[in-house]
Design a protein around this ligand. Structure first.
Ligand SMILES: Nc1ncnc2c1ncn2[C@@H]1O[C@H](COP(=O)(O)OP(=O)(O)O)[C@@H](O)[C@H]1O
Ligand SMILES: [Mg+2]
Length: 240
């Protein structure tokens, strides 16, 4: 497993090879023939390099998340068991384009569990982009209307990253044009079988009103829905 310091620097390439095959360069050198070939870790390196300027680092508040520590230990066992099953086969799930959809009211641990999954994906050396939906939409809008930036590049990278993690889906209303870009990203990932994780406190119908039926039905097909119930833990613990 990667050392802890590498886990959250999603966008920084680990300097060691996760397979112990190369010197961290992504190439295996053959002294006898004076040649080099791609290392098994090179595809991951390229993908992580592409994700470099995406928003990929776990927020400080969620960096310590772990199955054996509160608040995760206080979340309903069937939900944490499903998350554990998912992360135990993280590579297989990401390669198969399978994702998770955390649904529940505020303060029930949705963001915590989603961060736990992203953390495990990063530890497995996969590229992850973590966004709140409002931030994602702002970046899309900005990249399109700011002539200096390359919107095609941003959309391509959002479509190509191993795991796209979108927090708080449906949190804000936005323009039809931006929603069309969101659909394009989700649809590209759907067609390429690339994983998505979302958290939302909206019911399916409300979500469809906010971000379009087409986008929701794609996400529904790509994700296992995990409902979280319970009181708002933030309110039970003032100051949290
Ligand atoms: N089931 C729970 N039991 C105790 N504390 C929890 C639980 N779920 C979340 N928390 C705590 O409540 C706060 C909000 O958690 P978060 O995952 O951000 O909730 P959500 O995304 O569902 O609004 C965090 O401080 C977290 O540690
Ligand atoms: Mg949340």
């Amino acid at each position: 497993m990667a050392p802890a310091r590498d886990v959250f620097s999603a966008t920084v390439l680990a300097d060691t090879c996760p397979f112990d095959l190369c010197d961290g360069s992504g190439f295996v050198f053959d002294d006898a023939t004076n040649s080099a070939r791609d290392c098994r870790c090179r595809a991951q390196r390229v993908s992580r390099a592409r994700a470099r300027s995406l928003s990929g680092v776990i927020p400080r508040k969620y960096r310590g998340v772990s199955f054996d520590r509160p608040p995760v230990t206080e979340i309903a066992a069937p939900v944490t068991a499903a998350v554990k099953r998912f992360v135990n086969r993280i590579d297989e799930n990401l390669d198969g384009g399978r994702g998770l959809w955390f649904f529940g009211s505020v303060g029930t641990g949705k963001t915590t569990l989603a961060m736990l999954v992203s953390r495990q994906a990063l530890e497995a050396g996969r590229s992850v982009a973590i966004y709140s939906l409002p931030r994602l939409l702002t970046d899309i809008r900005r990249s399109t209307f700011d002539e200096a930036s390359d919107s095609v590049d941003l959309l391509d990278r959002l479509a190509a990253v191993d795991l796209l993690h979108i927090d708080d889906v449906g949190a804000e209303k936005t323009s039809p044009w931006v929603l069309e870009q969101l659909y394009a990203i989700v649809n590209a990932r759907y067609e390429d079988e690339r994983s998505v994780i979302i958290t939302t406190n909206l019911e399916r119908g409300e979500l469809a009103e906010q971000i379009n039926e087409r986008t929701v039905s794609r996400l529904e097909e790509m994700c296992e829905v995990l409902p979280l119930w319970g009181p708002d833990a933030r309110q039970q613990r003032p100051g949290v």
